[in-house]
Design a protein around this ligand. Structure first.
Ligand code: SF4
Length: 373
């Protein structure tokens, strides 16, 4: 049934409209509060308004820029966050206003996804997730529209099968584009303003030339927004010969912020911006250029003050930019409550270092830290 027939349709619609134009007023207030927190050096902020939960660590693809590719496969049942853990977290963070149901895995593989969305919707928590859209059949698209999920971000890093399938190993470009179009159709058929449909493009040296073609493709399909971002991390804190060797060398070769291909990237971004203007497509582009080595004083990260990431097994990490729970852990929600971890010594020390000149090792190669994301 279309959501706008329900009793709470109007408030949720209004809430979504705010989210579509930017963060909700409450979320924005939390961020404003964070600025105060950072500027005054307080290391124990209020509980976060945003949680990102890895509701599954299983994935059906092996994408070049994702750690999933470089570690053993995970079964979709054993990789799923248990519902008990999910509900406990939601209970323990009463100020929660935003839930991102997304981690290293593909959320549509979680058998508990509908229950988790329902819980968020019932509590009026803004909710959404990223998907590779390979499993986004017409039936699932209609179910998601009816579920009240606020946003869906679809990964699509090319305008043609060859470029896309080279990055997203295991996916079919034609099938994903058809599923994306099916989602737009389902939303229109339901007369629903939600979910907000954003396509996410990870810009790299090999695919940046695809960008304006993708803008034209998406303009024809009718998605709401194209969000272009850089690779998230250099993995410079990891052992070059260790578990992260594959993703580390891929990033070094492909990242636009290494300084390679900057002119080509600028041209591609300018062409995409022009095409988006012509089509009326909302477009976000990242910075072009190498990280500012003196940028620590103007770090772009507020995660440890207003949000947190929890893996499917319950490990609390500072953010979604950290792939791998062996790189940093601030606690385990199977052993402590979330508020105990949030206010505990590991988190406090992490925040203290992030505001100073000796940032945590995991932050040193982070695109958000360097404002290159
Ligand atoms: S700066 Fe550190 S805490 Fe912030 S997003 Fe990057 S890795 Fe995460």
């Amino acid at each position: 049934m279309p959501r706008f027939g329900s009793m709470r349709a109007t408030p949720r619609f209004l809430r979504w409209r705010g989210a579509a134009a930017g963060p909700s007023p409450r979320f924005a207030a939390a961020r404003a509060g964070h600025s105060l927190v950072m500027s005054t050096g307080i290391d124990s902020p209020p509980l976060p308004s945003h949680l990102q939960l890895e509701i599954t660590s299983a994935c059906n693809l092996r994408c070049m820029m994702c750690l999933v590719r470089y570690r053993p496969p995970v079964n979709k049942l054993s990789g799923a966050m248990r519902p008990e853990l999910f509900h406990r977290l939601v209970e323990q963070v009463p100020e929660l206003r935003r839930l991102t149901l997304q981690g290293l895995g593909e959320p549509l593989l979680s058998p508990y996804l509908p229950e988790m969305i329902r819980t968020a919707v019932d509590r009026r928590i803004t909710v959404g997730f990223n998907t590779n859209a390979t499993l986004l059949t017409a039936r699932r698209a209609a179910e998601l529209v009816a579920s009240g999920v606020d946003w869906l971000h679809v990964s699509l890093d090319g305008a043609h099968p060859r470029a896309y399938e080279k990055i997203r190993e295991g996916a079919s470009f034609d099938a994903v584009v058809a599923n994306l179009a099916g989602l737009v159709t389902a939303k229109r058929a339901a007369g629903s303003a939600t979910p907000w449909i954003r396509v996410v493009f990870v810009a790299m040296r090999d695919n940046v030339g695809e960008l304006s073609g993708l803008v034209r493709l998406l303009g024809g399909i009718g998605v709401d927004e194209l969000h272009v971002q850089n690779l998230s991390h250099s993995f410079s804190d990891t052992d070059p010969a260790g578990r992260y060797e594959g993703i580390r060398s891929f990033t070094a070769e492909q990242a636009l912020w290494t300084g390679a291909d900057q002119d080509r990237a600028r041209e591609a971004f300018a062409a995409a911006a022009e095409a988006a203007r012509d089509l009326g497509l909302r477009l976000r582009l990242p910075a072009v250029g190498a990280p500012d080595p003196g940028g620590a004083h103007r770090r772009g990260c507020s995660w440890p003050w207003d949000a947190a990431y929890v893996t499917s097994a319950g490990v609390v990490q500072p953010c979604c930019m950290v792939m791998g729970d062996d790189r940093v852990s601030l606690g385990d929600v199977t052993e402590q409550t979330f508020p105990e971890i949030w206010r505990g010594p590991a988190y406090r020390e992490f925040r203290r270092r992030l505001t100073g000149d000796d940032p945590p090792e995991v932050c040193r190669g982070c695109s958000l830290y360097h404002r290159t994301f």
